[in-house]
Ligand binder design. Structure first.
Ligand code: ATP
Length: 225
């Protein structure tokens, strides 16, 4: 699905990430952890070609990111749902319309899609909040709306950047359960988080590989997690 081989990235002259190798196989579940500023968000941005590697290779669905046209990248992105760290919404539109935005923009809001939207809003537990405006949502409701928006296009891969930031433990577990359910439906999931307790909790539910970014490299985390 997504493959990085000896990939490197730096915002300036100094490399931030180097010798990054990873293959996200279909249906796999990965956690990515590491201290603040280690490069987790940067790594995710490489995975959906929001950044292109300054060295090595990133392949999305068998295509070399650096050789992809804008159209190719747009098509590949439809297969990747991203839950951003600072989930932004259009504050003047109700939650349901914000979740449906990717459908609206791509002109796919048909009758069937509208039924799927209803189901999705129910699945994330926001039926009672569907008509609310984003500023009226709690942190946990925002995160669930962001997750629903990330999966509305039925992507193959879900990349979630600190999806449980700013929510309490109970809500973290609820969000984790939603991501595990998506994985059980066959989706490939990668969660970037600094929350080791969340990773430990996930181990009871799913077989996940845990990667750690540190010193600009990526390592498979050991049994200490
Ligand atoms: N657009 C940018 N321009 C320059 N430097 C950047 C940019 N984005 C990130 N950085 C720097 O790159 C480093 C890695 O940032 P990144 O956001 O990838 O880390 P992170 O592990 O996701 O951190 P956090 O857990 O705090 O979100 C940081 O030192 C950050 O300041």
């Amino acid at each position: 699905m997504i493959e990085l081989e000896d990939a490197a990235y730096g915002y300036g002259t100094e490399p931030l990430l180097s010798e990054i190798g990873l293959r996200l196989a279909p249906g796999s579940f990965h956690f990515l952890t590491g201290p603040s500023g280690a490069g987790k968000t940067t790594f995710l941005r490489l995975c959906y070609a929001d950044l292109l590697p300054t060295g090595g290779s990133v392949r999305l669905f068998e295509q070399e990111a650096k050789a992809m046209s804008r159209d190719d990248i747009a098509k590949a992105r439809q297969r990747i749902g991203v839950v951003h760290q600072d989930c932004q919404f259009l504050d003047h539109l109700p939650v349901a319309e914000n979740i449906a935005l990717p459908l609206t923009v791509s002109g796919r809001k048909t009758g069937q899609e509208a039924a799927n939207l209803e189901e999705l809003i129910g699945w994330v537990g926001l039926r009672a909040r569907a008509d609310a405006l984003p500023p009226e949502l709690s942190g946990g409701e925002r995160q669930r709306a962001a997750l629903a928006r990330a999966v509305i296009m039925d992507p193959d891969v879900i990349l979630a950047d600190e999806p449980t930031g700013n929510v309490d433990w109970e809500m973290s577990l609820r969000l984790l359960t939603l991501l595990v359910e998506l994985n059980k439906m066959g989706k490939t999931v990668l969660i970037a988080t600094h929350d080791l307790a969340l990773i430990r909790a996930a181990k009871a539910q799913v077989s996940a590989r845990v990667l750690r970014i540190g010193g600009g490299r990526i390592h498979l985390a050991g049994a200490d997690l």
